[in-house]
Design a protein around this ligand. Structure first.
Ligand code: ADP
Ligand code: MG
Length: 709
């Protein structure tokens, strides 16, 4: 029997059970069964006595006999024990005893099945969390295992199951029996899936040992070894496939060679009013290496809000100019494009390079002129919005495209940019994002991109003091804003706006706005409001009133999230802060603290909030480090939900490793995959046939990660 043998031929399975395994767990082969690992292990040496249980203890396990079972209706009335109408039962109380004492166990769901199983007199192992109810210890919804279902060995695996499987007799005992016979049948002829040199160099245990230990661990140490090997293998092949594609692409994608630095770069550099941070210098060096390499650059630049990405963009653009090419810088909104244009023009003054602003509101005449200038090459740098990628925009020699805030651009839009490169070659691409994602995730999501990180803030940026308060502090918050306005500062007040809840959210925004104009009346105060239901003109108008300092307060939805720079703003109030994700909160907070003054972020929280929300808000108050926040966000929500990554999704689903928790193994696997491909790019060295064969498997083939989505 082999790993790919149909599961129905395994002893004890047969066609009917095979069908269930397929539909319920997606298991079709013996190998898939063996890769279905326990989600938990019961340590039989750690049984507790009922008399010793304490409330607040984490999960414990008791071995106890069922003494009495009672059923209750919704209204609390006891129902006869031989109850047949289970839809009337809302609670089942089970009294169990283990000689040291007795306790109550309660169930609210799955009662019918449990009722048939928990017969008075029978003994089970219950796994759950002790709690206090009416002054006594009890347990709600513990897992139930039969005490005789365990094989020899101290640790015993518990497998995920479903109602259907349980009803069909897939008990813990049966699962263990199946695993046992699968191992027995398969192990003698099992093919190792990692080459010898990898096993040796990484100190990994053989596959046969790993599989046996996953299902029947002899002890914790052996289980840990097995788990490590399987996690490493999973992440290693994922990275190997990504790195291999990247190698192939960089060999095939001819880039526009840019060997020179040029006078414009030097002129700008010399005139800088500050010196670059170490991180900025490092990133510019990384970009420069890409540009001279002859390969097309595909680089993601991550850096917190205010870390100085604009400067990196400008200097990169000037490298392109220095080689006789043009550059464009694309921003997601009109306001941002304008701000970039204003900032960048200052930096360009000493260079003589001509930059233009091209957006949806550029007039017809100006537009015609710009189109002509881009086509004849008199314009070096085009800054703008989507207007830059319209079909009638043609560059004489576009060599570098810079995209600010990656997740606002669709794949389609980016590919249009690619098509505008000089001489039919794709321009070098630099994507900048202020939404940091953990490096481990970046390595996987953007596995074939190079990632640069600015992890250092320019000197002089003052920390933003963050506090989290409830409704009872609303007046104090208003007074605080008044004080800041009296000092000549401005304030943001942001409301959540979530698609599913739009109507209610607009209502809250409206009420909030009314309250603010009452608390901050004309003529002493001016309040602007920006939200998604306004026309672009209204939005522009209100936004620029605030940017220019004509309004003291900006009430808005999250439309201001993306990079607008108002250095004079010193207060960021976030309403219903618990409803925002961590990275969104971080982005919003980054809007203040950009000027010379001390800045504040006030998180207004609702009355009743979940523990998870509480932790998020506490974390916001505790740190300003975007990467720390992103790591934590990933742990709280899982990688799939991280902002800006939803569309891209994960390239493959992981069975045992976790991107959130196994970051160290992931980077190790990544480094090793790179090292291996460096020494054996075609994977043809003796022993490496296994690698090539694994990569040919469906899950690694035909994925195109070439562009960020
Ligand atoms: P980002 O786009 O990464 O959010 P910016 O490029 O807008 O950040 O830079 C934020 C502010 O920091 C700008 O006012 C910029 O002039 C300033 N800045 C950038 N680099 C430096 C530096 N090396 N030293 C001092 N100030 C800097
Ligand atoms: Mg920016």
């Amino acid at each position: 029997m082999k790993m790919d043998t149909d599961i129905q031929y395994l002893q004890g399975v047969g066609p009917r059970r095979a069908e269930l395994l397929r539909s319920e767990l997606g298991i079709t082969t013996v190998g898939e069964l063996l890769h279905f690992y326990p989600f938990r292990y019961i340590d039989r040496s750690s049984l507790q006595r009922i008399a010793d249980l304490q409330p607040g203890q984490s999960y414990v396990q008791i071995r106890a006999q069922v003494l009495k079972v009672r059923l209750y209706a919704k209204n609390g009335a006891e129902l006869p024990a031989e109850q047949l109408k289970f839809n009337m039962v809302s609670r089942m109380s089970v009294i169990v005893g283990d000689g040291s004492g007795e306790m109550e166990i309660v169930y609210f769901r799955g009662i019918k099945w449990l009722h048939s199983k928990l017969i008075p007199g029978s003994v089970f192992i219950f796994f759950g969390k002790p709690q206090v109810f009416n002054g006594r210890i009890n347990m709600a919804h513990p897992e139930v295992d039969s005490p005789d279902s365990f094989s020899a060995g101290a640790l015993s695996g518990v497998y995920n199951s479903t109602e259907k499987l349980r009803n069909a007799g897939f008990t813990a005992k049966l699962m263990q029996k199946l695993m046992g016979s699968a191992l027995e049948m398969v192990l003698p002829s099992l093919k190792e899936t990692l080459p010898d040199d990898v096993l040796r160099e990484k100190g990994l245990c053989p596959l046969s040992f790993a599989l046996r230990q996953m299902h029947f661990p002899t002890d914790q140490a052996a289980l840990a070894k097995a788990t490590y090997r399987l996690k490493f293998e999973e992440l290693f092949y994922l990275q190997l496939s990504l790195v291999k594609q990247k190698f192939i692409r960089s060999r095939n994608a001819v880039g526009i060679p840019m060997p020179h630095v040029g006078t414009a770069f030097h002129a700008c550099y010399k005139a800088l009013p500050y010196s670059l941070t170490g991180a900025q210098q490092r990133v510019i060096k990384e970009i420069r290496e890409d540009l001279v390499s002859g390969h097309q650059m595909n680089r993601l630049l991550q850096g917190d809000v205010g870390s100085g990405k604009t400067m990196v963009a400008v200097l990169s653009a000037l490298l392109a100019i220095g080689n006789g090419y043009q550059a464009c810088i694309m921003a997601p909104t009109e306001v941002l494009a304008q701000q970039h244009f204003a900032n960048i023009s200052k930096y360009l003054a000493p260079t003589g390079v001509k930059a233009v602003l091209l957006t949806g509101t550029t007039g017809v005449a100006a537009r015609r002129e710009i189109h002509a200038g881009l086509e004849d090459g008199t314009i070096g740098i085009a800054i703008g919005t989507h207007a830059l990628i319209e079909d009638n925009v043609r560059f004489k020699a576009l060599g570098l495209a810079i995209v600010d805030e990656q997740h606002r651009f669709g794949v389609d839009q980016r590919s249009r940019l690619w098509a505008k490169g000089a001489g039919g070659r794709a321009p070098h691409v630099l994507v900048m994002t202020a939404t940091p994602i953990p490096r481990t995730l970046a390595m996987t999501l953007y596995g074939d991109l190079d990632v640069s990180v600015i992890d250092e803030m320019p000197p002089g940026r003052k920390p933003v003091q963050t506090i989290c308060v409830g409704e009872n502090k609303r007046h104090a918050m208003h007074n605080f804003i008044r004080d800041e306005i009296a000092k000549g500062r401005q304030a943001f007040i942001v409301y959540p706006m979530i698609f599913e809840n739009e109507k209610l959210d607009y209502k809250n925004l409206e009420l909030g706005y009314e309250e603010i104009i009452k608390a901050f009346p004309l003529p002493d105060y001016k309040v602007a409001i920006v939200h998604g239901q306004q026309t672009p003109q209204e939005k522009e108008f209100n936004m620029s009133a605030f940017v220019a300092g004509r309004a003291n307060i900006l009430v808005s939805t999250t439309v201001i999230e993306v990079g607008v720079d108002v250095p004079n703003a010193s207060v960021m109030v976030i309403e219903s802060a618990e409803r925002f994700g961590l990275s969104q909160l971080h982005q919003l907070r980054g809007r203040v603290g950009r000027g010379a003054d001390k800045s504040y972020c006030i998180l207004m929280r609702g009355y009743k909030i979940s523990n998870e929300s509480k932790r998020r808000l506490e974390l916001m108050c505790a740190t300003e480090n975007g990467f720390e926040i992103a790591e934590e966000d990933m742990k709280l929500r899982g990688p799939g939900d991280l902002e800006g990554t939803q569309q891209s999704g994960l390239p493959i689903s992981l069975n045992i490793a976790s991107l959130a928790k196994d970051g160290l193994i992931l980077s190790d696997a990544r480094n090793y995959a790179e090292h291996l491909l460096d020494s054996d790019p075609t994977l043809t060295k003796p022993g490496h046939e296994i690698l090539a064969a694994e990569l040919r498997k469906d899950k690694y083939s035909s994925k195109d990660y070439s562009r960020i989505s």
